[in-house]
Design a protein around this ligand. Sequence first.
Ligand SMILES: *Cc1c(COP(=O)(O)O)cnc(C)c1O
Length: 233
Amino acid sequence: MSSISGNLQAVNDRIATAAEAASRDRNSVQLLAVSKTFGADAVIEAAACGQRAFGENYLQEALDKMAAVKAQRPELLLQWHFIGPIQSNKTRPIAEHFDWVHSVDREKIAQRLSDQRPSHLPPLNICLQVNISGEASKSGVMPQEAAALAQRIAALSNIKLRGLMAIPEPAGDEEAQRAPHRRLRLLAEDISRQGIDLDTLSMGMSADLAAAIAEGATIVRIGTAIFGTRHYG
Ligand SMILES: *Cc1c(COP(=O)(O)O)cnc(C)c1O
């Protein structure tokens, strides 16, 4: 068994265990395999194990990888999620090539994605990235500004606002990890009560997957635990 296949099995087991502990349906949590810095071969190997949703942070790398996967396996139907920082002059290829964008944190980006989404494709699924730990250096809308931004973005026509995304500060034990995930869930519930129906919480990475699922994550974004340590360069 390859390491990717064994790792995927282990991650799926962790998700099932965490869902069961939270009395949640396993199928209410989607695994997004974060393949940034890994090549088309790694994606194809994960796809051979049944994985269909892949997350990418760097636009050019992602576009090259999508083309390479398509050339080698044209029959594979994969779902691509953009989860990295977005420059406003790079929105068009994102609108054209992705199914989801998790990292929208300002209206201008959402407006451009909506304007540039090709009309033959379904609306682009969007999550608002929230700076849930309040870190000065992190991207993401501040929690107190999220509802107003959600109201403006929900009105755009070629994107569909699905929910919220966060990358909390690392914390040691599961109880400490749960706090920011809980704040994101409560914020999403608050926005939903204001009439914007949100069905997605994108939260939880390799180190805090169980805490995120305990607090209601519907998409967990897992890289290292599936593909191994990343090497940039
Ligand atoms: C890289 C990345 C991940 C995956 O993190 P791991 O710790 O490797 O599981 C998840 N979400 C975002 C936004 C990322 O940039």
